[in-house]
Design a protein around this ligand. Sequence first.
Ligand code: ING
Length: 323
Amino acid sequence: MARVVTVGAAQLGPIQKAESRESVVERLCALMEKAHRRGVQILVYPELALTTFFPRWYMADWAEVDRWFESALPSNTTAPLFAAARRYGIGFHLGYAELTQEADETGKLRTRRFNTAVMVSPAGEVLLKYRKIHLPGHAEFEAQRHAQHLEKRYFEVGNLGWPVRRIGWDGIAPANMGLMICNDRRWPEAWRVMGLQNVELVMLGYNTPALNTTNAGHESPHLRVEHSHLSVRAGAYQNATWAVAVAKAGNEDGHELFGSSIIVNPQGQIVAEASSWQDELIVADADLDLCRLGKTTIFNFAAHRRPEHYGMILDRVGARDPD
Ligand code: ING
């Protein structure tokens, strides 16, 4: 019996600083209603899907910063999305800024902030949670930049690893699902940690500037999309998994993010791609058994990997010239 799951990528157009959460949640629900009409069973929203990409702004006042975070999910504001999921029987992935009171590795209870993504069942249960590990950009204000990219200031490095979990519910075949977020897609390590857990469906959201934030000119717009697609296609192919990569796109208060959301099969082929920079739904029937070919031949890790030669990948952080 083939395990086919109909997945949807719910690309979001721009969210302006001034747009309310309520308005955004209405947009998310409208996309979910459209997904329901298209027979979607799992719907993937972008990274930080409830707000503008606020790390582009320097904020000195932490009370102002925390207004971009969720201290509970669901909350009164996001409850309509959870209600829609129950109504339509759709599971969904959502990226958001997580504010939590939690002990750190020293055992000290304190306020902690993460760039987080969750996979939620139609019944509203959080089945999988991930906190972004690869945080790009910088931690302090940099005057020369056309836009800041302060994820290292506002978020801690994620502390949940890259968990993969076999997830199913009434109506869909169980699948090994995993999450990553945005910049993670550029690092093969993130894909391989999930590949070693036999992941079959990787879900990721992204907010990626269409222009280099220092306007240094390199990596022109078409290359930025190409590098995003290259990363996702390579990760999916080299770990024989489906991947859904979903953008928040468009011009947010004068700063452009590119769209080009894609659904990629375990052969690394793009099977669906968004064509706008607005709210847009793309859909694909993901036959999870397509993962088997790669996992049992070219990427049969047990048969072909040689970890005894991979030590440098763990031992070294930065690159350095040969001795
Ligand atoms: N955004 C970007 C991303 O990794 C970036 C940051 C852009 C890094 C372009 C490198 C090149 O897609 C986030 N939010 O990680």
